[in-house]
Design a protein around this ligand. Structure first.
Ligand code: TYM
Length: 341
């Protein structure tokens, strides 16, 4: 009996997104998409290209268009089957922007000012500290709450935004009753914070240029190998592959990447490279990454040539997403006291 109930019980819902503000990196793959794909069968999943979020920093229109489609091709190539997952473009579902505005009115200035990402991005874009950059977390809260998900899988750097989403949802529910489900962030054990290969104290980021030590999902093998071979290890004289995040952050980062792509534990890795030094370790990590990314790059490249297929996926996805989002938005409008159309 309980088995029958388990089979018929509705699946829990999962939702997340990535900004097409730069080409997708190994960091976004290990911190986010890999974990989405591994859970696609257990959950009812919604994944989108966060183009509305991308414009908080100036974008070249042609690049933004190409990256949005390429990101969709990459989602599919990473294992997100469009038959099982709802894949869509954020700006195609107008309810995001609408609920985003409403939640702006339930987000406090102090809360938004405390967001680490706002502080970092304002420091990097001093000539363009726009309102969108500041209210970004309210739009992200709308992205999440529209779909009433149970889990929001993100990397470590987005956890603060999901926590603010809790606060906003609780505030709203506190006034109007149980409108929003309170979602949980889901941060992977391995790969939640992949660091730059040339500066292991900074996050690997898609908006930096190649020299800062990032690896892109679409990089060819020779570029990936070059990046790993010149990765910063540590200035100690030990030359020993040992996990010590505080004293050996470069080696720890490489070990995290290797563990995330091979499934090996840190102890296994220390044993595997015992007595071998960084000279053997760095290319081994590079090769493991090349082999992990090769099928993704090949499949994404193939899909990019089939624009008709991609269009069909994002149109169907937006239709499904809109249906769910509209239900929540109607409820919100009613609770607020807006006159029905
Ligand atoms: P974004 O586009 O910066 O990053 C996308 C996802 O990848 C993760 N990530 C990383 N994980 C580990 N190591 C790294 N170096 C690394 N770089 C990126 C991020 O944590 C994230 O999970 N605001 C979001 C996009 C968004 C969203 C949402 C996410 C918009 N609406 C609603 C969840 C729910 C962002 O800018 O992520």
């Amino acid at each position: 009996m309980s088995e029958i109930l388990a089979e018929t019980a509705p699946k829990k819902r999962m939702l997340s997104g990535i900004k097409p503000s730069g080409d997708m990196t190994l960091g976004s793959y290990l911190g986010a998409v890999k974990n989405w794909a591994e859970r696609a069968d257990q959950f009812d999943c919604y994944y989108f290209m966060a183009d509305l979020h991308a414009i908080t920093v100036r974008q070249n229109p042609a690049d933004l268009r190409r990256r949005t489609l390429e990101q969709l091709a990459q989602y599919i190539a990473c294992g997100l089957d469009p038959e099982k997952n709802t894949l869509f473009i954020q700006s195609h579902v107008h309810q995001h922007a609408e609920l985003g505005w409403i939640l702006n009115c339930y987000s406090m200035f102090g809360e938004l000012s405390r967001m680490t990402q706002f502080k970092d991005k304002s420091a990097k874009n001093e000539d363009n500290i726009n309102g969108g950059l500041f209210t970004y977390p309210s739009l992200m809260a709308a992205d999440i709450l529209l779909y009433q998900p149970d889990l929001v899988p993100v990397g470590e750097d987005q956890k603060q935004h999901v926590e603010l989403c809790h606060t906003i949802a609780r505030r709203f529910n506190g006034v109007y009753g149980d409108v929003f489900k309170i979602p949980e962030p889901f941060v992977p054990k391995m790969g939640a914070r992949v660091m730059s290969l040339t500066n292991p104290l900074a996050k690997m980021s898609k908006s930096e240029n190649e020299d800062t030590g990032r690896v892109l999902l679409m990089d060819p093998p020779e570029v990936i190998m070059k990046q790993f071979k010149r990765a910063i290890t540590d200035s100690d004289t030990e030359n020993c592959v040992r996990f010590d995040k505080e004293n050996k952050p470069g080696v720890a980062n490489l070990m995290t990447i290797y563990a995330a792509v091979t499934g090996k534990s840190y102890a296994d890795i220390e044993m595997e490279f015992s007595g071998m030094g960084y000279g053997a370790f760095k290319p081994a990590v590079g090769e493991a990454v090349v082999e992990t990314l090769r099928p993704i790059r090949e499949e994404a490249t193939r899909l990019m040539k089939d624009k008709g297929y991609l269009e069909n996926v994002y149109k169907t996805g937006a239709e499904k997403a809109s249906y769910v989002a509209e239900k929540t938005l109607r409820k919100v409008y009613k609770k607020l006291g807006f006159v029905a159309k």
